[in-house]
Write a protein that binds this ligand. Structure first.
Ligand code: CAA
Length: 421
């Protein structure tokens, strides 16, 4: 059986030299999947192109995200300029076909990029993740041609940012219990209700809103609608004051008699719940990659610090108490990375990734929480102050166990899957 993380790359035109070395790969390469391997060996090496993407995202994180990350976190300031640049470089529509302004890459490229950005700034990486996997992917996979031309091209190039609006005060985990209604009025729907904890809520121009059209039909009565910020009756609610990912922009959104044209419905009548579930299955791979990056970022800092800081006449890395913590962190991160890359690979192969995505998110988010706590511990008193970054990563880690399906929801998905036969 073919089983490889190494993907092919079809370079379609000569790389252009620009001042930013990481620019060309997003504009001039197209990754395709499924290179035929004649042998039966497993290959865990990354292709040259994946390594270039990793370097590009790493450079961007160091040069563009690191400066000011502590201040943005404290002030809860959205990384506006940085997100604009990420859009120009092709990070906001990484998997979208170039004919809709996307970068035409595979899911493995996407998770590698999210991992690297998250090592430095998880507030920025969640914007990239939501726009890519919860907004662009669903529109490209299930949207009409007219919807793709009107919305996807602008979303994939980062001209506008998107939001995915499922959660409500009483419908977070229990996603079928939507109170928001989209009443069918012939050529349009009338939308009423409130959505909560919406990532990109204040900054997005285009929202994918999940709402109940026919309560009698349960999940088969739910629709997904494309709603524009400037539609009358659309109001942005208060910004949330959060524990972590404080640079990201989380709001409630209020819909009061918003008229949404029928042509803005994604898929057939009643497809909204499955649209949301399918989008979240892929989204969870992105959040798993974010958790992996947060864990790896904290680990790298702890490793460096333990070789610099001395106690009792020796570097703290020489104390077994610290060395064993580092060994555990390394092991967990390696395991999480394999799960995340495997889920991405399965998606790229056209296999079902509901289970592998849930497994990856469950394990990587737990790894993020545990390793960031240990990174703070290794830093001692310095870990408790903001200058050393690890306390921020510890706060950022927590949300990866909550959004796009809590850890408990992942266990529902996993247990149902393994018990079904
Ligand atoms: N893909 C396609 N279809 C799916 C599916 C999937 N992954 N999962 C379920 N379905 C289908 C089922 O097959 C079923 O269809 P049929 O009746 O035709 O067979 C239908 O959907 C209903 O499925 P269930 O009976 O399993 O539904 P349920 O009510 O028991 O809920 C659940 C299942 C897994 C718990 C689901 O409600 C769930 O995932 N909840 C969590 C929602 C979530 O992740 N919320 C996070 C908010 S979004 C967010 O955080 C975004 C952000 O801004 C970062």
């Amino acid at each position: 059986m073919e089983n490889s993380y190494s993907l092919g790359c079809d370079r379609r035109s000569t790389l252009k030299k620009t001042s930013l070395e990481y620019r060309p790969i997003f504009l001039h390469t197209r990754i395709f999947v499924g290179r035929q391997h004649k042998d039966l060996t497993m290959d865990f090496s990354l292709s040259e192109e994946h390594l270039m993407i990793r370097q590009a995202a790493r450079d961007f994180a160091q040069n563009e995200l690191l400066p000011g990350v502590i201040e943005r976190d404290e002030a809860q300031r959205f990384p506006t300029e940085q997100i604009k640049k990420l859009g120009e470089l092709g990070f906001l529509g990484m998997m979208v076909d170039p004919k809709y302004n996307g970068s035409g890459m595979d899911t493995l490229s996407y998770v590698i990029a999210i991992e690297e950005l998250s090592k430095v700034d998880a507030s920025a990486s969640v914007v990239v993740s939501v726009n890519n996997s919860l907004v662009c992917w669903g529109l490209e996979t299930f949207g009409s041609e007219a919807q793709k031309e009107k919305y996807l091209s602008r979303l994939a190039s980062g001209q506008v940012i998107g939001a995915f609006c499922l959660s409500e005060p009483e419908a977070g985990s229990d996603a079928t219990s939507q109170k928001t209604t989209a009443i069918d009025k012939g050529d349009h729907y009338v939308l009423n209700g409130t959505k909560n904890w919406i990532t990109n809520g204040g900054t997005s121009e285009v929202c994918l809103v999940i709402a109940q059209t026919d309560r009698e039909k349960g999940h088969k009565g739910i629709n997904a609608l494309i709603v524009e910020k400037n539609m009358p009756g659309f109001e942005i609610g208060p910004k949330e004051n959060k524990l972590g990912i404080r640079g990201s922009d989380t709001h409630s959104l209020i819909f009061n008699e918003v008229k949404v044209p029928k042509e803005n419905r994604i898929g057939k009548d009643g497809f909204g719940f499955k649209f949301a579930m399918k989008s979240l299955s892929g989204g969870r791979i992105g959040i798993a990659a974010q958790a992996l990056g947060i864990a790896a970022g904290a680990y790298e800092m702890a490793l460096k610090y333990s070789k610099e800081r001395s106690t009792f006449g020796t570097k703290i890395a020489n104390h077994q108490a610290i060395a064993f913590k580092l060994a555990d962190m390394h092991t967990q991160i390696e395991a999480a990375r394999h799960l995340v890359y495997k889920a991405a690979w399965e998606k790229d192969q056209g296999l079902n990734y509901d289970l592998s995505g849930a497994v990856a998110k469950l394990y990587a988010s737990q790894t993020a929480m545990e390793t960031t706590v240990e990174a703070v511990q290794i830093h001692g008193g310095n870990g408790f102050v903001k200058d050393y970054h690890v306390e921020r990563l510890m706060r950022d880690a927590k949300i990866t166990q909550i959004y796009e399906g809590t850890s408990e929801i992942q266990k529902i998905v996993i247990s149902r899957s393994i018990l079904k036969d």
